[in-house]
Design a protein. Structure first.
Length: 540
C-alpha cells in the first residue's frame, strides 16, 4: 500500500470567551494521532500554506494546524496585536491536544509575528506545549520591536500598521479607502509627518497606543519578563545579525536559557547568521558576500529546528543546545555553550581629530554639530525593515560620513585581527541646546580600500537640561565580527537615523505628541576625566 493521502480540513477553534478562530488542519488521512505543529498568523492561512509547505510537514509526521489569529481574515473577534496571543495561544494549544488526530503533544513554529505568538503562548505555560521554534522575533514587543533605546522604530512600525489596516476584513469601505490611500501614498511624506498628527493614529488604533506617552503601561514589560523566565518550554531560536529584531531575539533566548526558579535548565538553542529579516538565510547582502557556508540552507537550519522539536515531542534530548554564531569578517561558524560567550571588555576612546584610541586622551576636547530634523542623517543599511527603506545589511557608509552632522572616529590600521562577540556598549559625554536628544552610535569596519561597512548601530533617547552635559549610555547592539588585520575600527556619532527611527522633537514634548520639531546644537565631549568611549567584548 502507498503512503496515506494528506487531508486538509477547515476547522473552527473556540476560545474561552466564545470567539471562534479559523484554522486549517493538514495531516495524513489515516486516523493515526500525531504531534501537532501549530502556526498562528495575522497574515492569512493562505500565506502560511505557501511559505511553510504544510503537506511536506504532514508527511514528516506532523498534524499541522495553521490558524488566523483573532480578528484577522476568517477569525472572529477584534485584533489587538501581541497582547491577545497569550491566552488565545493557550486555548488553541489545549484544544489541539484534545483532538483525536493529535497525540496530546503540541509544538510551535514560525517567524516574526508568528514567532511572537509562540512566545506569548509559552509564557502562559499550556501543559500540552512541549517545544517552540520562534525565528527572528521577540518575547517583548516594546523595546527591541516597537522602540529602540527609547526612540520609535518608525521605519518598521508605521508601514506595518498601515498594512494591517489595509488588510482588515472587518473595516468599513471608508476605512479601507483611507488605508489603501495611505498605503499608496508617498512614503517619504508619511515618514516625515510628525507623530502627534500622524494619520496612522486614527487609521489603526493600536498605533496610537504605541505612540502614546503612557505606552509603558500598555506593554507591562516587567510582567512579560517574569512570564518568560518562568516558561517551561524548550525553544530553538533563529536570529540574523542584520535583522530588525536581532537584539530582542537574543534577549529572549537568554530568558529561556536562564535557569528556571526551581533550578531546571531548559534545552535551548540559537543559530545566528549574517541575515536580514526579509532575506533570511541568504549568504549575500547588498554590498557584502559572506561565502556559501553562511547560507541557512547550506547549514540546514530548518531541518535542525524540526529535529529539535521532534526530539522534544519524543521525550529525547535535542542533539545540540547553546549558540551557533556566524562570525563576520572571519566568515566562519563558531559554537558556544551560551550567549554571550566569555569576553574581555575593551575600551576605545573618542579623541581629538577623529581618532579612536586605546588610551583615554588626558585633555578634554569637544566636537559639535547641528541636529536638523528637516535634514536628518539618512538610514544607510543596518537593521531595517519597512516600505521603501534602504536595503538591510552592510552598506558603505562613506557618503553618510561626509555630512557635517556625523562625527567620525577611527583607530589606526590594525596590526592583528580583533574579534568582537557579544553586546557592544558606548558611553557618550553629551550636551544639547534642546530639552531632549537622541545619541546614535554606529560601529563600522573600514576596509583597506576605504569602504566603511556598518556592523551595528543603535540609539539612546533622553531628556536634557539645555547646556548641561551628562554621560549617555548606548547599547549599540549584539554582533559577532572579526576586524581583520589591515582594517580599522570606526565609530560614528550623531543624533538621527531616519526613517528607521523617528526624529527627536528636541522640545521636551513627548515624541508621540509632538507636532513641531526643532533644531539643536549638539556637543560630544572627548578625553578628560569622563571620556566618551566605545566598549567592545573582545574574544580570543
Amino acid at each position: 500500500m502507498g503512503e496515506p493521502a494528506v487531508r486538509v480540513d477547515d476547522v473552527r477553534i473556540p476560545m474561552r470567551d466564545g470567539v471562534a478562530l479559523a484554522a486549517d488542519l493538514i495531516t495524513l488521512d489515516d486516523e493515526v494521532p500525531r504531534p501537532t505543529l501549530l502556526i498562528r498568523s495575522p497574515y492569512s492561512r493562505a500565506a502560511s500554506r505557501a511559505a511553510e509547505d504544510p503537506v511536506s510537514l504532514a508527511r514528516l509526521g506532523w498534524a499541522v494546524v495553521i490558524q488566523d489569529v483573532r480578528g484577522r481574515f476568517e477569525s472572529e473577534g477584534y485584533f489587538e496585536p501581541y497582547l491577545q496571543e497569550g491566552v488565545d495561544g493557550f486555548d488553541t494549544v489545549e484544544w489541539c491536544a484534545a483532538q483525536p488526530w493529535c497525540d496530546g503533544r503540541v509544538a510551535g513554529w514560525g517567524s516574526s509575528y508568528l514567532g511572537a505568538t509562540q512566545l506569548r503562548a509559552a509564557a502562559e505555560r499550556p501543559p500540552a506545549l512541549v517545544a517552540i521554534s520562534p525565528w527572528v522575533t521577540s518575547g517583548w514587543q516594546d523595546e527591541g520591536w516597537t522602540y529602540e533605546g527609547g526612540a520609535f522604530q518608525l521605519g518598521f512600525v508605521m508601514p506595518w500598521a498601515v498594512m494591517m489596516a489595509a488588510s482588515n476584513p472587518r473595516a468599513t469601505p471608508a476605512q479601507l479607502t483611507k488605508a489603501f490611500a495611505a498605503a499608496g501614498d508617498d512614503w517619504g511624506r508619511l515618514y516625515r509627518r510628525a507623530l502627534g498628527s500622524h494619520p496612522t493614529r486614527s487609521l489603526f488604533t493600536p498605533f496610537k497606543r504605541w505612540t502614546d506617552q503612557a505606552h509603558r503601561k500598555y506593554w507591562t514589560p516587567e510582567a512579560t519578563t517574569k512570564a518568560l523566565r518562568t516558561a517551561t518550554t524548550p525553544a530553538f531560536f533563529v536570529a540574523g545579525w542584520f535583522d530588525v529584531f536581532c537584539d530582542a531575539t537574543l534577549r529572549t533566548y537568554d530568558a529561556f536559557a536562564a535557569p528556571r526558579p526551581n533550578g531546571d535548565v531548559l534545552p535551548t538553542r540559537i543559530v545566528v547568521g549574517p541575515w536580514t529579516h526579509a532575506r533570511l538565510f541568504e549568504d549575500t547582502a547588498p554590498e557584502m558576500a559572506f561565502g556559501n557556508s553562511a547560507n541557512g540552507g547550506a547549514q540546514d537550519v530548518r531541518g535542525e529546528a524540526l529535529r529539535f522539536l521532534r526530539a522534544c515531542v519524543d521525550g529525547d534530548t535535542p542533539a545540540a543546545t547553546g549558540a551557533k554564531l556566524f562570525v563576520m569578517g572571519a566568515n566562519e561558524w563558531r559554537e558556544f555553550p551560551a550567549w554571550p560567550p566569555a569576553s574581555m571588555p575593551t575600551d576605545l576612546f573618542l579623541a581629538d581629530e577623529g581618532a579612536l584610541t586605546t588610551a583615554p586622551p588626558p585633555a578634554r576636547g569637544t566636537d559639535t554639530f547641528t541636529y536638523d530634523p528637516a535634514n536628518p542623517v539618512p538610514t544607510c543599511g543596518g537593521r531595517t525593515l519597512g516600505q521603501f527603506l534602504p536595503m538591510a545589511g552592510p552598506v558603505d557608509q562613506r557618503a553618510v560620513e561626509t555630512r557635517d552632522d556625523v562625527l567620525v572616529y577611527s583607530t589606526d590600521v590594525l596590526d592583528a585581527d580583533v574579534t568582537v562577540i557579544g553586546v557592544v556598549e558606548a558611553t557618550i559625554r553629551f550636551a544639547t541646546t534642546g530639552r531632549s536628544a537622541d545619541v546614535t552610535v554606529k560601529l563600522v569596519d573600514v576596509h583597506p580600500d576605504g569602504r566603511a561597512m556598518n556592523v551595528i548601530d543603535s540609539v539612546r533617547r533622553l531628556d536634557f537640561t539645555p547646556g548641561r552635559a551628562k554621560d549617555v549610555p548606548v547599547t549599540v547592539g549584539a554582533t559577532a565580527m572579526t576586524f581583520k588585520r589591515g582594517h580599522r575600527i570606526r565609530s560614528e556619532v550623531s543624533s538621527s537615523n531616519f526613517p528607521r527611527l523617528d526624529r527627536n522633537p528636541s522640545t521636551g514634548v513627548h515624541w508621540g505628541d509632538a507636532t513641531k520639531l526643532e533644531s539643536a546644537e549638539q556637543t560630544v565631549f572627548v578625553g578628560g576625566a569622563r571620556p566618551s568611549r566605545l566598549t567592545l567584548p573582545v574574544v580570543s
